[in-house]
Design a protein around this ligand. Structure first.
Ligand SMILES: Cc1cc2nc3c(=O)[nH]c(=O)nc-3n(C[C@H](O)[C@H](O)[C@H](O)COP(=O)(O)OP(=O)(O)OC[C@H]3O[C@@H](n4cnc5c(N)ncnc54)[C@H](O)[C@@H]3O)c2cc1C
Length: 420
C-alpha cells in the first residue's frame, strides 16, 4: 500500500495526465497529486480541434477532460501555465520555470508531442499555422472563416490525419484547398497505398486539389503575408495561408536531459517504458504520445499518438505507480471524421508489414471494413461508416486469427464467426 504522505507529480496537462490524476484518486490514493501543465487551459481533448470545434459545431466547454471545479474537488493540485524545465532524479524533484522546486515520490511524464516544423524559407510569415493547441484551433477557425468568405487559398503541407481533417473543415467553410504530399497517396505511412485512393477520391469530390509526389520548399510572401507555396518540382501554389501538418515529435526533452532511455528516433522516438509504463528510472513513468512501449502483439516498440492511448495509458501508468500489476498491451486504436465519412482503425500495419489487404463491403459507397494481413494473420482493421465492429476486429487482431480471406471479405459471413 502506498503511504498517504507520498507525493505523485504528473508533468503534462493533457488527456493522459488528467486521466492519470483521476485514476490515482479513484484507486484510493490519499497522498498529494500535483499536475503541472504549460498550457493555460485546463486539460482538454485534441480531436475536436480538427473536427467539430474547428467547424464551430462544438462549444469550447465540451473539449475539457474534467470540469474546472473537479480538480479542487478531487484534491488535485493544478499548476497551469507552468513549465517543468528539469528533473533532478537524485533529489527526486522537478524544477519549474519560475524556479519553484517540487519533490516527488513517483513522477509521470505525460508531456505529449509537438507539431513538426517546416524547415523552409517563409515559415515566419503571418499566415503559416500549426494545429496542436486550443489557441491554434481558435486562430485557424478565424482564418478558415475569412478564407471561405473571400474565396481564399489554403495550402496544407501533409496528407496525414490532421491535414485531411483540416482540408475537410476548410472546404466546409468554402476555402480553396491544395494539399501537398510527398507520397503518392494520403495517409501512406499508416494505411499504405491500397486504401489511400479512397481518401483522394473523397476529398477530390469535395473540391480539394492534391499535389502528390512533391515537397514544399518555400513559402513566399509580401509585407509579412503569405503569397504562395512552392514545391520541389518548381510549381507555385497560390496561398493566403499555409498549414504545416507534417506530423508530431514526442516531447522527450525533459526525459533526455534527465538521462532516461529514449527510443530510436528513426522508429518514432519517445521515452522507453516497460509493459507497466515504467521508464529506465523505477520511480518515473511515461504515458500517452510521449511513451514508447514494447507491444507484445507486434513484437516491436510502438509510440502511439492517438487519443485512446492517452485515455487508457494515463490510467494504466497511475495504477502502476500505485504498485498494481499492469501489462499495457492494448490494440492501438484511433478514429477520424471527414465530411460524412467516419472511421475507426485498430491495430498497426504500416507498409512493409503486411502482404494482403482484404475489403469487406462496398468501398465505392465508402461503407466497408478493410483488413491488413500478413501470411493470413490479421494485423489491423479499419471500419468506414460501419459501426459496432471494433471489438470483434480487435479480438481478431489480439487472438492472431487467420480467417480465410474469402470469408473475411464476405459480409454475409458474420465477423464473430471468424474468431475461431
Ligand atoms: C488537432 C488534433 C486532432 C487529433 N485528432 C485525433 C483523432 O481524431 N483521433 C485520435 O485517436 N487522436 C487524435 N489526435 C491525437 C490525440 O489528441 C493525442 O494522441 C493526445 O492528445 C495525446 O495526449 P497526451 O496527454 O499524451 O499529450 P498532449 O495532449 O500533447 O498533452 C501533453 C501536455 O503536456 C504539456 N507539456 C509538455 N511538456 C511540458 C513541460 N515540460 N512542462 C509542463 N507541461 C508540459 C503540453 O503542452 C501538453 O499540454 C489529435 C491530435 C491533434 C493535435
Amino acid at each position: 500500500m502506498v503511504d498517504a504522505d507520498q507525493t505523485f507529480v504528473i508533468v503534462g496537462g493533457g488527456l493522459a495526465g488528467a486521466k492519470a490524476a483521476e485514476t490515482l484518486r479513484s484507486e484510493g490514493f490519499t497522498g498529494r497529486v500535483i499536475l503541472i501543465g504549460d498550457e493555460r487551459d485546463h486539460p482538454y481533448e485534441r480531436p475536436p480541434l480538427s473536427k467539430g470545434y474547428l467547424l464551430g459545431k462544438e462549444e469550447r466547454d465540451t473539449v475539457f477532460v474534467h470540469e474546472p471545479a473537479w480538480y479542487a474537488q478531487a484534491d488535485v493540485e493544478l499548476h497551469l501555465g507552468q513549465t517543468v524545465v528539469s528533473v533532478d532524479r537524485a533529489a527526486k524533484a522537478v524544477h519549474l520555470g519560475d524556479r519553484a522546486v517540487i519533490h516527488y515520490d513517483k513522477l509521470l511524464l505525460a508531456t505529449g508531442a509537438e507539431p513538426r516544423r517546416l524547415d523552409v524559407p517563409g515559415t515566419g510569415l503571418v499566415g503559416v499555422h500549426h494545429l496542436r493547441r486550443l489557441a491554434h484551433a481558435d486562430r485557424l477557425r478565424q482564418v478558415l472563416t475569412g478564407l471561405g468568405r473571400d474565396n481564399g487559398h489554403l495550402v496544407i503541407a501533409g496528407a496525414g490525419w490532421i491535414g485531411l481533417e483540416v482540408a475537410a473543415a476548410a472546404r466546409t467553410y468554402g476555402a480553396e484547398v491544395t494539399v501537398v504530399e510527398p507520397e503518392t497517396t494520403p495517409l501512406h505511412a499508416v494505411l499504405g497505398p491500397e486504401l489511400g485512393q479512397m481518401f483522394t477520391d473523397l476529398h477530390a469530390e469535395h473540391g480539394v486539389r492534391f499535389h502528390f509526389g512533391a515537397t514544399l520548399t518555400e513559402i513566399t510572401g509580401q509585407d509579412g503575408m503569405v503569397l504562395a507555396a512552392r514545391t520541389d518540382d518548381g510549381e507555385e501554389h497560390p496561398a493566403h495561408d499555409v498549414l504545416a501538418a507534417i506530423g508530431a515529435a514526442p516531447r522527450t526533452g525533459l526525459a533526455e536531459s534527465a538521462g532516461l532511455e529514449i527510443a530510436d528516433r528513426a522508429h518514432g522516438g519517445g521515452v522507453v517504458v516497460d509493459g507497466s509504463l515504467r521508464t529506465s528510472d523505477p520511480d518515473i513513468y511515461a504515458a500517452g504520445d510521449v511513451a514508447a512501449v514494447h507491444h507484445p502483439l507486434y513484437g516491436t516498440r510502438l509510440r502511439v499518438e492517438h487519443w485512446a492511448n492517452a485515455l487508457n495509458g494515463g490510467p494504466a501508468a497511475a495504477r502502476a505507480m500505485l504498485g498494481q500489476d499492469v501489462a499495457y498491451d492494448r490494440v492501438p486504436y484511433f478514429f477520424s471524421d471527414q465530411y460524412d465519412v467516419g472511421l475507426e482503425y485498430s491495430g498497426w500495419a504500416p507498409p512493409g508489414s503486411y502482404d494482403q489487404v482484404v475489403v469487406r463491403g462496398d468501398a465505392g459507397k465508402r461503407e466497408f471494413v478493410a483488413f491488413w494481413l500478413s501470411e493470413g494473420r490479421v494485423l489491423a482493421g479499419m471500419n468506414v461508416n460501419v459501426w459496432d465492429v471494433t471489438d470483434t476486429i480487435q479480438k481478431l487482431i489480439r487472438t492472431g486469427a487467420r480467417p480465410p480471406a474469402e470469408s473475411l471479405s464476405d459480409p454475409s459471413v458474420p465477423l464473430e464467426s471468424l474468431l475461431g
